[in-house]
Design a protein around this ligand. Structure first.
Ligand code: AMP
Ligand code: ZN
Length: 114
């Protein structure tokens, strides 16, 4: 279940500290260490998957749980506009290969993204 060399697995099991916002038995949310917006929270499956594509294909209910937690947090933070960003693969900007979604809010976002 825990991948020993994975940063986010270690955040889930508490070996590496993080500013955890919300956690249940399937999903963990914590503040991004390098925030790109006033609210920048990562929502991840507790179980190791390499990206969100893998989660969606092998466990669509879990993908739904991740989105649900992001929506709940957006509501709790009082965000009226927010963006969910999923980087899948290096060219799309993925740098940590444990599935995660970015919940961003608190500023105006440009479209199209860079
Ligand atoms: P991505 O580039 O989509 O793979 O996103 C990885 C995110 O993880 C980046 O936004 C990083 O700032 C963030 N990150 C890396 N290390 C940590 C950490 N120890 N705690 C919280 N966020 C982290
Ligand atoms: Zn992992």
């Amino acid at each position: 279940m825990v991948k020993m060399d994975c940063l986010f697995c270690k955040i889930v099991d508490g070996t590496i500290p993080a500013s955890v916002v919300k956690q249940n038995n399937k999903v963990t949310a914590f503040n991004d260490i390098s925030p790109q917006a006033p609210t920048h929270i990562l929502v991840i499956p507790n179980q190791h998957f390499k990206n969100m594509g893998e989660v969606s294909e092998s466990d669509p209910d879990l993908a739904g749980e991740i989105l649900k937690m992001a929506s709940q947090i957006a509501k709790e933070y009082g965000l009226d506009s927010w963006r969910i960003n999923i980087n899948t693969g290096e060219s799309a900007g993925q740098s940590v290969f444990h599935a995660h979604i970015h919940l961003l809010g608190g500023r105006v976002f440009a479209w199209p993204p860079g």
